[in-house]
Write a protein that binds this ligand. Structure first.
Ligand SMILES: Cc1ncc(COP(=O)(O)O)c(C=O)c1O
Length: 278
């Protein structure tokens, strides 16, 4: 996996019994994208964990190239697309996830860009038999044969609430065009943030390709003070992060209710906060 993968992937590997440290972290570029050419020779059972949507920069690994290299060596390619998978739904962003269909499994979160309640994680596995072999259990008291798909054959839990209802309702009400519009709008709003803040003299640390914007207000101490002032002001909320050694404001635009006017009000609040801090 790339050196900038989300730490929850290591936790997932631990929960699977593979161990949190049984990974080969690969070098990444300035946006946090795995360098496909640095994938070492693969031998034996291997999972290559790809990231679509870095939590800081929004960057997406070169999925097509990684799938080509990994599949040539018989490896499984998993895509953590908690945010980035949704780029596939937006015509102007879909090129970022080219090759996605070649992967063996995807994970994404409906509680992120689809705006449904926590905890609506989704897993997609190309080979349903592999998933069923890993997840299905039997017991004398449980029905075994059914003409219907047995949901618990495909999930870690045997019993769970019907999270799928909220997801279905959101997908159904938005439709393809509604989802495309949601993703397009948030990405355009992120670019609007970046352009206006850059014009006001703030430093944007990332290429704004998705919905993430990293903003520096100088050194770590000053940036931290500006972020505290933004949070106290309360017009918008964004937190602090450290990106490749630089402390930054992490703007993440992901609500269906956010408008351009909200962005402009937020930009004005951020500039006010920056001006109020020495
Ligand atoms: C790329 C990525 N993977 C995984 C996660 C973890 O998702 P969750 O909080 O739903 O477990 C996040 C959360 O921000 C993420 O951005």
């Amino acid at each position: 996996m790339g050196g900038e993968i989300h730490p929850s992937v290591a936790k997932a590997l631990g929960l699977l019994g593979l161990g949190r440290t049984r990974v080969v972290p690969l070098p990444v570029d300035a946006q946090g994208r795995m360098l496909a050419e640095k994938i070492p020779p693969i031998s034996g059972p291997t999972i290559v964990c790809v990231q679509a949507g870095n939590v800081n920069t929004g960057a997406i690994d070169p999925i097509a190239e990684i799938c080509r290299l990994a599949h040539a060596a018989g490896a499984w390619v998993h895509v953590d697309g908690a945010f980035g998978l949704w780029a596939a739904a937006a015509p102007s962003r879909a090129h970022l996830v080219a090759g996605l269909a070649d992967a063996d499994s995807w994970a994404t979160d409906a509680h992120k860009w689809l705006n449904v309640p926590y905890d609506s994680g989704l897993a997609f596995v190309r080979d349903p038999h592999a998933l069923q072999a890993a997840m299905a259990i039997t017991a004398e008291y449980l029905p075994t044969q059914s003409e219907f798909r047995n949901p618990s054959d495909f999930t870690p839990e045997l019993s769970r609430r019907a999270r799928g209802v909220d997801v279905w309702a959101a997908l159904h009400s938005l439709g393809r065009s509604g989802i495309a519009q949601l993703i397009e709008a948030n990405c355009a709003q992120a670019r609007r943030f970046a352009e206006k803040l850059a014009a006001a003299g703030c430093t944007i640390l990332n290429d704004v390709v998705l919905n993430q914007v990293l903003v520096s207000f100088g050194d770590a101490a000053r940036t931290t003070r500006v972020i505290a002032a933004i949070q106290t002001d309360g017009t918008c909320w964004a937190g602090v992060t450290v990106w490749q050694g630089r402390t930054a404001l992490r703007l993440s635009v992901s609500s269906w209710r956010t408008t351009e006017a909200d962005v402009d009000l937020s930009v004005a609040a951020i500039i006010r906060a920056a001006q109020s801090v020495a």
